[in-house]
Design a protein around this ligand. Sequence first.
Ligand SMILES: [Zn+2]
Length: 325
Amino acid sequence: MQTSDLDQLQLDKLNRLLGEVWEHNPFYTRKWEQAGATLRRLASLDELAAFPFTTRDELVADQASAPPLGSNLTHPLGAYKRIHRSSGTTHAPVYWADTALSWHWVMHCSQALHLISGTEPGQRIFFAMALGASSGPWILFESACRLGCFCIPAGDASDEEQLQLLRQFNPDVLIARTETILLLAETAGRTGLKLKTLGVKKIIAPGQTNPRASALREESEELWGAKCFDRYGLTEAGSVASECLAHTGALHLLETEFIAETIQPDTGQPLTDGEAGELVLTTLGRIDRPIIRYRTGDWVRLARNHQCPCKKPGALLLGGVRRIN
Ligand SMILES: [Zn+2]
């Protein structure tokens, strides 16, 4: 897609989002009125800068003041059909609600990322992630089912049971956090099972924000004889970016569904292409509970003028994603 075509597409989606959110979504309507942001329709993407950033602390405070979900709701509560929450390991948990329509958009994004990472309909995917309160594993699982993959959920099984299932089903793809991948390897080592005989060709390890991520990735690849692919998402946004088959450590960001900015975290000043800073996201299709200019707290190098060896155009997160704090 040409840059001008992408800009127009983003602008059209953004104006639709603003049209739905103004007056209907109490959180953003109040926030923008207080900030003096009055634009109802933008003439160019540059005008988005007139709107204030959204922070996680604001969402948490809003949720606490109007429990259980806060006021970032574009429709009455009855329209929402799913509730998930962030893991809350380092911060207060945030609950995220979706209507059927906004969940469909989340699925659409995740399916696109599965395809970017080379996952195809018909492939067998083993999920060593529990389907619990947080949205990440559900998104990965349900979107793979919709894509037409053969999906094996095993997150609640013991290490031994998971290895048994892996032996039985010989999946093409294993989806698990790096810690789980290494734990399975440890258990396999104790029982004399050679992981390389299981036939896993690809490992998708979402959330590689660990500072030791690249070392853990190399270790995983060596143990399993499979390539390890990174993927990035967050509760508030859904699935945002994925590594492609070029396997360079850079992630393709779905710019048709998100507007991404980078800022200097201390000053909020915008950064130029390829400069490292905090990622700021706007979800163009999760209209029913959006994030608009949301400070993710994640550190990236967003580059639009960098050609990935796979030749797919568009923005890249060079070197993956790291947590700022
Ligand atoms: Zn690529």
